[in-house]
Design a protein around this ligand. Structure first.
Ligand SMILES: Cc1cc2nc3c(=O)[nH]c(=O)nc-3n(C[C@H](O)[C@H](O)[C@H](O)COP(=O)(O)O)c2cc1C
Length: 242
């Protein structure tokens, strides 16, 4: 877990606590300023911490409390979203019967994927990761979090309203979910047993929601093994314009 015990200077509220802008209430933002030294230390610590994150496919059956999962979901829900529509539903499943149903349906799709639906080059790219059509982690992990994106909403009259930048918003929220899981000392796997429509049916979700990702969450099995892969270097993934 990341521990940041740095001295933070909360900017003293020089202005009013609240004010109206275009007739809408705005509240004073409390900025956090770090010294240059603290900034470098905290950004490096956070990178070192995130650099230890791995997708794990072997889960312990050790329990994880509902409260911890709630905190993780609440962390993800702090994500920004297009026009603040928060177009997501996080379904958290610990019920064994539902987990078994999800595993069974996911393996039906994955059997199709591995025996013809995926191209030769895709299968070659997956080979070093050691993935197969078998998904035991969907039953072994104490929790499954299924993230649904809400493509539209209904208003009080039942009329449909499209949400904006739904994929971008939900993708960011999932990134924050993964970060919160890692920060809690737990592990997950970003899983996409495509197509995922079976999740809508198994979980009885409404027509405005589409399954986005299926994430088993729990402790890593001891021992657990992960593929020996490298991350790209900074100069391969960035371009600075100074
Ligand atoms: C959108 C997305 C879909 C993925 N789908 C699967 C999947 O269906 N099964 C699986 O085993 N891993 C899946 N992964 C995990 C990747 O294989 C993994 O992130 C990658 O190999 C890098 O490993 P790392 O997460 O340990 O850094 C997926 C990852 C992403 C981002």
């Amino acid at each position: 877990m990341l521990q940041l015990n740095l001295h933070r200077n909360i900017m003293s509220a020089a202005g009013e606590k609240n004010k109206l802008i275009n007739g809408y209430k705005h509240s004073l933002y409390e900025s956090t300023f770090l010294s240059e030294e603290e900034l470098l230390k905290t950004s490096k610590q956070f990178f070192d911490h995130l650099n230890k994150r791995r997708s794990v496919r072997e889960f312990s059956d050790r329990e994880v409390s509902k409260e911890a999962i709630e905190n993780i979901i609440k962390s993800a829900s702090t994500a920004p979203s297009g026009a603040h529509k928060q177009p997501w539903t996080f379904c958290a499943i610990s019920n064994s019967e539902l987990k078994s149903k999800i595993r069974e349906a996911a393996e039906v799709e994955e059997l199709e994927n591995y025996s013809g639906r995926m191209s030769e080059s895709w299968l070659r790219d997956l080979a070093p990761l050691g993935t197969t059509m078998e998904k035991p982690f969907l039953e072994a992990a104490p929790w499954l979090i299924v993230i649904f994106k809400k493509v539209y909403e209904f208003d009080e009259t039942g009329a449909k309203h499209n949400n904006y930048y739904v994929n971008e918003s939900v993708g960011i929220a999932c990134g924050m979910l993964i970060t919160a899981i890692h920060n809690a000392g737990l592990v997950t796997l970003t899983h996409t047993p495509s197509p995922m429509n079976f999740l809508t049916k198994v979980l009885g979700r409404p027509s405005n929601e589409r399954p986005y990702l299926l994430m088993p969450v729990g402790y890593a099995k001891n021992p657990a093994y992960v593929p020996d892969i490298e991350r790209k270097e900074l100069d391969e993934i960035s371009q600075f314009y100074e």
